[in-house]
Each structure stands twice: as structure tokens, then as C-alpha cells.
Ligand binder design. Sequence first.
Ligand code: SF4
Length: 430
Amino acid sequence: MDKMFCYQCQETAKNEGCKVMGVCGKTADVANLQDLLIFMCKGLSHYTLPLRKFGIELPEVNRFIVDSLFMTITNANFDRKRFVTRVRLAYELREAAKEQLLKAGGSPDDITFDGALWQGQTEEEMDAKAVSVGVLATQDVDVRSLRELTIYGLKGMAAYLEHAYNMGYEDNAIYAFMQKALVMTTDDTLSADELTALVLETGEYGVQAMALLDKAHNETYGSPEITEVNIGVRNNPGILVSGHDLKDLEELLQQTEGTGVDVYTHSEMLPANSYPFFKKYSHFVGNYGSSWWHQVEDFENFNGVVLFTTNCIVPPRRNATYADRVYTTGASGFDGFKHIENRKDGQPKDFSALIEHAKKCAPPKEMETGTIIGGFAHNQVLALADKIIEAIKSGAIRKFVVMSGCDGRMNSRSYYTEFAQKLPKDVISF
Ligand code: SF4
């Protein structure tokens, strides 16, 4: 029997599935516990659906499900302990929801899905259960694919929603859909056609989740504007922020102000440089290094502290010198990296340990100099609409191409770079 089965990303082994350990570095036990956590979220949703019919919304459960889905996306969290704790919490929340449903006049005894009933608490019980509740538990390959497509859509939405609620933006209708969808992936009576419709509906809600986060970002930090982003370094110790949680960046910038520690973005955090709000910080220097899969070299050269606010973590090599300089927060985690706990009682996260650590580090090694241009977000493009229309009319712009995704670490995966480089000069890519 295979030790695990995961085929949720393009790196999956032989384009079939990771069966021994993840190409991403995820171990089999962690992969299985992630499956168990999803199984528990499905079970939890079996209670929240009928509770909503009584007008009862459980904000803590809504956020728990979002966080849990987010933690299981590729490269986000490799820390077994966090998943064990999380499964226990799912169990507690589920029992509380069951109690509430009973009190409201519902019939929790009618719920028969295993994830709504399973009682295991010890790590041994979790490991034993986890191997039987993953992707391959669905036998029919079409149904399996459609269920998993839905789950991966929900995981993507969860990333947006987690950032949005960190900034105080939530939409119960999206939470309700996500939980309905989780329950539908447990319904053996649904046909492939019905599941195809669910996949499409997941896509529609995914757009709503993106719009919610876009609103949160624009209203909180201003609309991104065309910006020359510095890619050089200064002579102070630094903190390199990766991932895409802007609330974390905001709080870190506030807490590092006047400390003599500079802050840089890495990889997916690059767009933060184009928001007006962040530009006011003189110690926010710019962007350092390249894409997520170059982090192994970039982090060595950076010399300072690295903070992962979300995915994409690449497990450090055995001889890496930077592992003790890396911190995670939010949904991200890695056994061996230090973790900054979540906000409590409306207070900001406490980044003091990380800042003190950074002060003792050497300044970053210069890898590049100069600037790159960013900030071509929708409001900025609309502000230039008259010039763009003029360019189309004159023939200076012939076509627009939408590019979505990123290069991978295998040589065969430099598709996006190659595609962009080969586009004719009169074609604009987004
Ligand atoms: S997330 Fe990791 S384990 Fe899953 S398919 Fe991708 S590389 Fe494999």
C-alpha cells in the first residue's frame, strides 16, 4: 500500500501523484494528517449547514475551516504538530456545534457522515484513521476528480479569505457556500454532472473571494500604483518577508520602525511595494531575490531574518545555514522554523523576537542593483484607459494576453518566462 496520495499540484510525482513523500518535501504522515483535517472540516460542515437554517452562524468555525483549508495548500505547512493540534480543535468545535444543533431543535442524530462522528483523539488514532480518508477513498475516478477539483478551488479561496478576515472583511455567504461544497463532496448520490456544476459554482465563489480581498486591500492600503521598486540593498540588518499577507507586513513595518532594521519583500510579497500605504515607511527598502523556488540561494545571501506569512516554503537543504533565521506565521509552518503566534484579543502579532534576532544579523549581500517596475493593478490601468484606447486605435497595442500562474523549479517549467519573452512588442501581457 502507498504511504500517502496527493496530486493537488503540478509538481506531483510522474504527473500521477506523490505516493511515498511529496516532491514538495511533505512527508507521508503530514500529508495524511492534512487529509484527516479536511475530513474533519467536512464533518464540521455537516453541522453548520443545518445550524444556518436556524439562523445560527458560527464565526469561529467559519474561520477555522478557512484556516484549515489554507494550511493544506502546497508548500504552506509541513509541521506535523500543528496538524495534530488542529485535528483536536476540529473535534472540539464539532462537538460544540453538534450540541448547539440539538439545543436549536435540530436532529444531529440524522447525520451519518463518518467525519461528523469519528472520535479519535490520540496521535496513533489519528495516523490510523488518516490513511483511510484521503483522495483515494473515492473509488470512481470521475467523481474523485470532480470532488478534488472542488476541494482545491476551496483551498485557493481560503487563502484569499484568511487575508481578508485578518483585515476585518468577511462574507458569510462565501463561508456558507464553502461548507455546503464540503458536504457535497461527501454525498455519494451526486452524479458527475451535478459535481461538474459544483466545480463551476466553486469558480464563481472564487471570484467573489478575490473581489473581497481586493476590496480589503484597496480600502486599507490604497490602490496599487505604478512604482519603481528598488532591488538593491542597504547596509542595515534586514527582515525578508515572503508570502502574501499584507496585514502581517503592516504590523511588522510598524514594529520595526526606528529599530535600525530594514524590511524587504521576497517573491509573492513583491506587489506590496506598489501600495501607497507601505511607501511611507523609510525602512521599507524594496524587493530582494527572485521567485519562490530560488529561496534556497536567496535566503543564504540575505544574511538576515526571513518571515513566511504564507506559502511557498521550500524545505532547506541539509547544509543550509539559514534555517535558524526563518520564522513562520499564520497558516505557514515548518518543523525547525520558529512560529509567531496569531493575534489575540484584537492585538497585533508580537514580532519582537524576530526583530531582536534580526538586529544581530549581518546586512544582506548585494545580489542586484537598480529597480523593477510594478503596480499595474486594475485601478491604475483604468486611470490610464484613455491612453490605452488611443494606443489600440493607433495600432501600437494589437492584443492583450492574460497570464496566470508562475514558473516552477524544474527547467521544463520556465513556461511563463519564455512565453512573456516571446510575445511581440505590440502585445500586452497581464
Ligand atoms: S502538494 Fe506536494 S505532495 Fe501534493 S502533489 Fe504537490 S508535490 Fe506532491
